[in-house]
Structures are given as C-alpha cells and as structure tokens.
Design a binder for this molecule. Structure first.
Ligand SMILES: Cc1cc2nc3c(=O)[nH]c(=O)nc-3n(C[C@H](O)[C@H](O)[C@H](O)COP(=O)(O)O)c2cc1C
Length: 141
C-alpha cells in the first residue's frame, strides 16, 4: 500500500474566527478533500488554526498551497511533514473540534505547539500525534 503523507501546520486567523467562517471552511474543505482523498482535523485555539492534512503527497501539497494563500489567515507555519502507513482520521474529510469542547490535554498541547516557529522535534511530534489520535471520537460539526 502507498504511504500516507501528513502535514501539520499552524496559522494566525486574520481577525475573529466566527462560526460562519468555520462553517464556510468546513463545507468547502469536506467537498474538495473528499474528491482528492484528503482526510484530517481542523482546530482553533486563541485566534489560531492548527490543521492536519493527510493523503497522497501531491494532493496534500496542492491543497496546502491553496490554504496558504487564503486571506482568512496569515503566518502559516509547517510544524511537521512525514509519511506513515496509515491515516489518523480515515473517516473525516475534515474533522473539527471547537475551542470550548477541547480537552485540557488538547488545549495544553495546542498552546505549546502554537509558539513553535520551526518543525517540531521528533518526541514532541509523537506526543502531539498521540493527543490528536485520542480525539477521534469527539468532533463537532
Ligand atoms: C484554516 C483553513 C483551513 C482550510 N482547509 C482546507 C482544506 O482542508 N481543504 C480545502 O480544499 N480547502 C481548505 N481551506 C480553504 C482553501 O483555502 C480554499 O479557500 C479552498 O480550497 C478553495 O476551494 P476551491 O478551489 O474549490 O474554490 C481552508 C482554509 C482555511 C482558512
């Protein structure tokens, strides 16, 4: 089986993150991601986005290029890029967990990676992925 490429990034919202902004992003993301085989998770935290995209490398990079040039956010920073044998979110064209529904552990993890200007060190990346994996049964719509 082909390996799955994963890209984790953070960004800063251009102004307030409104429910409408999130709904607009999710509707388009889920439609596009389904057609190009991308799955993942979108999170908001204190005016920032953190998103994990997973799929084939070409599709993930192409989608990330579109996302990077989206004016709803700035300062996109890649935190991790890696291949693995499987997806973390195979059933989610784009999952979402609202800030108020994030566990204390998830909030703490997001706060710690939001300050990172560079790729996460391997041990930090593993910790973050473990926390993300643990939320697969708690998305909002
Ligand atoms: C934080 C954030 C996350 C996004 N995530 C995705 C995504 O996972 N997939 C996607 O196709 N577009 C995503 N978008 C939207 C893209 O930037 C872009 O508006 C969209 O892909 C354009 O789709 P279109 O080419 O069908 O018009 C995201 C935008 C933002 C601000």
């Amino acid at each position: 089986m082909d390996s799955i490429f994963h890209l984790l990034y953070s960004s800063t919202a251009n102004g307030f993150i409104t429910d409408k902004m999130i709904q607009d992003i999710l509707v388009v993301s889920r439609k596009n991601n389904e057609s190009c085989g991308i799955t993942g998770l979108l999170l908001c935290r204190t005016g920032h986005f953190v998103q994990l995209l997973e799929g084939d490398k070409t599709s993930v990079r192409r989608t990330f290029q579109k996302i990077e040039s989206d004016r709803r956010h700035v300062e996109t920073k890649i935190l991790a890029e890696f291949d693995s044998e499987s997806r973390i979110f195979p059933a989610w064209q784009m999952g979402f967990i609202e800030e108020k529904n994030q566990s204390a552990l998830l909030s703490k993890t997001l706060n710690s990676i939001l300050g990172s200007p560079i790729l996460l060190a391997d041990d930090m990346r593993s910790q973050v992925l473990q926390v993300l994996r643990s939320v697969t049964n708690t998305t909002d719509k």
